[in-house]
Ligand binder design. Structure first.
Ligand code: C2E
Ligand code: CA
Ligand code: CA
Length: 603
């Protein structure tokens, strides 16, 4: 900008100088012409009068008419005091014009003028340029300051986002790792314990799937603020991703304080409001590592807290556990089982055991098909071990399909052997139909295997049914519309609300074996079963007693009006060939017991 201003000034100087000379020259020539007569007639007074015309031109400092020999004829000089300081010091420029008469030069007019006008104009221009420059400079400064503030703000924001979770405002995984390392180093130095908690929302996927992502976000925020409220400001609460949180309690922190926080967090569910205005609750599970006792490095500390968390999940969630070395082995074992199960589904290692269900006359009415896993090394594995793993590892959909395939094979064999057909009830898990594609795959498989209501029924636990029931695309609705019979499984262990029964259109209600076992001598169980049977019958449901082991219990259940009976006392779950024999007996109308003769039950 300065260079531009200098160039501009230089250019202006050239132009002004040119104009000054031109003006002075023109004026000098005019006056010289006007002075011709006075020169020719040697009239000094007239000549002096003419030269006085320069008085109007303030820059002109002197004017002289000189003869060709150089002697002076007349001169005009401006008084020193009437000229300004600038006029005196700005330097002069001179113009000459000949006074010509009859073609000969009579005299010469020499005019000297101050260059002050030029400098004044130049100063004006320079001043203007300077003012513009200053304004521009101030403006640029103002702009750049605003810009710098914006850049700084953007930098701060980027820095914040790099270290925080946008949804909850908590520290993120990256920043948390740094904090953890720092806390570990400090705990090692001070020989005081710090603590790391891994916190996980129970069944978070279900919240998202059932109530939408808005509800999921609200649940995350509720857990975040609950955790933050429980710890000191010096402690760190982080969201590691998904529904995983971590809490770092700086040293010194005693184990009972850690326990207090863990209990406070898990004792009561976190209540939150969904975007649709519904009030919901979530529970959490917490794994704790005491530092540096359990680990002296950040990665190992996270692993320990994770292992403890896994332990809690396996124990049924919504609780906490402090890491113990033997938990690691259990986790490894579980991971192995998960891997093996993945392979088992591909290698057709899943079979079904068929447990007969009898009516009041001891006739076979149906089977319950129960999944069995024939592990190549471990032999038969019970569903109580692998179903929860399948549910957690997302393998339950595949397991459900494997059961349908297996049932189709077994039914085919029985049919080819000319055995009578009875329906087989398969168990469905609430984890089995989380996604639309899971439902589709299941229904497509039923179609592909041509399994209809004659061949298969389904058992769902209360929890599974109630979770599913309100969805428009509910599997319960779809199966019922297709005519499949549904049984409400394990009744009494879930919501256990008789009012719910009215909303359902399940055909069967299976009373859980915790009420059946010892009912003959338990008045409370009798009271409960009695009222359940009454309500169920009133709304047209068939009541199945599960886990019937003792003859006395069965007699009592009969008295209370139960319609169907299943249990080790009547028959254990049978492999397909033995189930075939059971069907053959059924064809010959062999009864396991006769009504009123439950004492024939093998116990
Ligand atoms: P469940 O649906 O309640 O099945 C009945 C369980 O009770 C079976 O255990 C059966 O063997 C057992 N049981 C039957 N009678 C008696 C008795 O008199 N006394 C005792 N103590 N137990 C009896 P199982 O086969 O070990 O199955 C356990 C659970 O695993 C089942 O409980 C069911 O929830 C689940 N399950 C089994 N197969 C499948 C499957 O194919 N899919 C799904 N999603 N779950 C399955
Ligand atoms: Ca069942
Ligand atoms: Ca059951």
């Amino acid at each position: 900008m300065l260079i531009m201003a200098l160039l501009l000034t230089l250019l202006q100087y050239g132009q002004l100088d040119l104009r000054l000379r031109h003006d002075l020259n023109t004026r000098t020539h005019m006056i010289a012409r006007a002075a011709t007569a006075a020169v020719v007639f040697r009239d000094k007074r007239d000549a002096a009068d003419i030269l006085r015309a320069f008085e109007d031109a303030p820059d002109v400092r002197s004017a002289r008419l000189v003869w060709p020999d150089g002697s002076e004829f007349v001169a005009y000089a401006r008084a020193q005091d009437s000229s300004s300081w600038l006029q005196r010091h700005a330097g002069d420029t001179t113009a000459r014009a000949n006074v010509v008469a009859n073609g000969t030069v009579q005299a010469q007019l020499v005019v000297s003028a101050s260059r002050s006008g030029l400098w004044l104009a130049l100063l004006g221009i320079m001043g203007g340029a300077l003012a513009i420059m200053l304004v521009a400079l101030a403006f640029t400064r103002f702009l750049s300051r605003g810009l710098r503030a914006k850049v700084r703000h953007a930098e701060d924001r980027t820095q914040y986002l790099a270290h925080h979770d946008a949804l909850t405002g908590l520290v993120n995984r990256v920043a948390f790792s740094g904090e953890l390392e720092h806390a570990l180093a400090q705990a090692m130095r001070q020989r005081h314990g710090a603590s790391l908690m891994c916190v996980d929302i129970d069944n978070f996927k279900q919240v998202n799937d059932t109530h939408g992502h808005g509800a999921g976000d609200a649940a995350l925020q509720a857990v975040a603020s609950r955790l933050s409220a429980l710890v000191r400001t010096s402690d760190v609460v982080a969201r590691l991703g998904g529904d995983e949180f971590a809490v770092l309690l700086h040293a010194p922190v005693a184990e009972d304080v850690v326990q207090y926080i863990a209990v406070a967090m898990t004792e009561e569910p976190c209540t939150y409001l969904t975007p649709t205005g519904a009030t919901l609750q979530v529970t959490t599970s917490i794994g704790v590592a005491m530092l540096p006792r359990d680990a002296s490095e950040a990665d190992a500390a996270m692993r320990c807290a994770d292992v403890a968390l896994y332990h809690v999940k396996r124990q049924g969630k919504n609780g906490y556990a402090v890491y113990a070395p033997d938990m690691g082995e259990a986790l490894r074992q579980r991971r192995r089982t998960e891997q093996d199960l993945r392979a088992a589904l591909k290698q057709d290692q899943i079979a079904l055991a068929y447990q007969p269900i009898y009516d009041r006359d001891g006739r076979l009415r149906s089977f319950e098909g129960l999944a069995r896993w024939n592990h190549p090394e471990r032999g038969w594995i019970a569903p109580s071990e692998f179903i929860p793993i399948a549910e957690e590892a997302g393998l339950i959909t595949g397991l459900g399909l494997a059961c349908l395939n297996r049932l189709h094979c077994d039914l085919g064999q029985w049919r080819r052997a000319g055995l009578p057909a009875v329906a087989v009830a398969l168990n469905l898990s609430s984890h089995q139909f989380r996604g639309e594609e899971d439902r589709r795959a299941f229904l497509d498989k039923l179609d592909a295997l041509a399994l209809g209501p004659e061949e298969v029924e389904f058992e769902l636990t209360e929890t599974a049914v109630f979770e599913d029931m309100d969805k428009p695309e509910s599997i319960v609705n779809i199966l019922q519309t297709r005519g499949f019979e549904l049984a409400l499984d394990d009744f009494g262990t879930g919501y256990s609300s008789l009012a719910y029964l009215l909303r359902l259109r399940c055909r069967k209600l299976k009373i859980d074996r915790i009420f059946v076992d010892g009912i003959a001598t338990r008045a409370d169980a009798r009271l409960l079963v009695d009222s359940v049977v009454r309500v169920a019958h009133a709304i047209g449901m068939v009541v199945v007693a599960e886990g019937v082991e003792a003859a006395a219990d069965q007699a009592c259940l009969m008295e209370l009006g139960c319609d169907l009976f299943q249990g080790f006392g009547l028959s254990r779950p049978l492999p397909p060939d033995q189930a075939a024999r059971c069907l053959a007996d059924h064809a010959r109308d062999v009864r396991v017991f006769a009504f009123g003769a439950a004492a024939t039950l093998s116990t």
